[in-house]
Design a binder for this molecule. Structure first.
Ligand code: NAP
Length: 285
């Protein structure tokens, strides 16, 4: 039971966590911090938070756990604003989609990453944003990755783990760099591909025709191109090296498929498509 939880950035991810913990009876008071009083008022009316604050010092006061749920590009500014007001007793975690950038931001803001800061990332979301899109079941049976550092306080990690378990999630731990490489491949690259494909087709002269006849495959492949462009801009810049590495690899494989089509090399195409089908069929989620 967390007596006072502070959510910094009450949008889809922060709002859904607040809702889940309230539904589980795992929190006392939920305080929301944001830049816009009217958004906080909406979050209150929706029952997501109990109190909204636009003054970060007031929002952090006596918080047992603080969850940073702002875009990754906003993390450093928020951490710097928090630094003078954060009690050494408060446990801090975040939900950012990249971990190396957030840890580096905490290091710059505090001088040293606070031992009670537990970096985290729920592998759950939708292409919607904002508190209106939040729902209590978002984390049910979804994975949350925690990336504690060598000096992170074990009791703080245990509290953050318990918080996500109460929200219905499964919790795993990995190191920061490994997280960023895995997520570059499984999440960041697919978003880059979906955005680029839709943009390429949308800029073709006959785009109305293309979209009119777009079938289920197009819909499945490109749903995530409706995600918040600003959020993905932040993620691409924050996880640049890992994304470039996996993009280069993908570009080489795409070039090989292009060459196989050009050469009429059916065996090469069957090799690629067959391996992919087997791998996709084995992947159950
Ligand atoms: P969201 O719905 O747009 O919510 C972001 C919240 O942060 C809003 O309440 C926004 O409120 C606030 N905010 C933005 N900039 C701020 C700043 N400079 N200072 C204070 N508050 C600020 O976005 P989200 O989808 O919940 O994403 C939040 C975080 O979760 C991101 O770090 C993202 O990488 C991560 N994440 C997202 C997903 C997903 O699928 N969406 C999945 C896993 C992790 P105002 O603009 O009103 O201030």
């Amino acid at each position: 039971m967390i007596a006072r939880l502070c959510i910094i950035g009450v949008g889809l991810i922060g709002g859904s966590l607040a809702r889940a913990l309230k539904a589980a009876g795992a929190v006392g008071e939920v305080v929301g911090y944001g830049r816009h009083a009217e958004q906080l008022q909406l979050a209150r009316e929706l029952g997501v938070i109990d109190r909204g604050e636009t003054d970060i010092a007031v929002a952090l006061k006596d918080a047992d756990v603080v969850v940073m749920a702002v875009p990754v590009g906003a993390m450093e500014g928020v951490l710097r604003a928090m630094a003078p007001h954060l009690s050494a007793e408060s446990i801090v975690t975040d939900v950012g989609s990249t971990k190396g950038s957030v840890v580096a931001a905490a290091q710059r803001a505090f001088g040293v990453v606070p031992p009670r800061f537990v970096p985290g990332h729920p592998i759950a979301g939708t292409e919607q944003s904002g508190v209106e899109a939040s729902f209590a079941e978002l984390y049910h049976k979804r994975r949350v990755i925690l990336t504690p550092l060598a000096h992170t306080d074990a009791a703080a990690v245990a509290t953050v783990r318990a918080l996500w378990l109460a929200a219905g999630a499964e919790v795993v731990e990995m190191d920061v760099q490994h997280h960023d490489e895995v997520l570059a491949a499984t999440s960041h690259l697919p978003h880059v591909l979906a955005y680029t494909l839709v943009d390429t087709l949308a800029r073709m002269e006959e785009h109305t025709e293309i979209f009119r006849y777009a079938a289920g495959g197009f819909r499945d492949f490109t749903r995530i191109a409706s995600s918040d462009p600003r959020m993905w801009h932040d993620i691409c810049l924050a996880n640049r090296d890992a994304i470039l590495k996996v993009m280069d690899r993908y570009a080489a494989d795409l070039a090989a498929v292009r060459s196989a089509i050009e050469r009429g090399d059916g065996a090469a195409l069957l090799g690629t498509f067959g391996r992919a089908k087997q791998a996709r069929d084995e992947f159950k989620q």
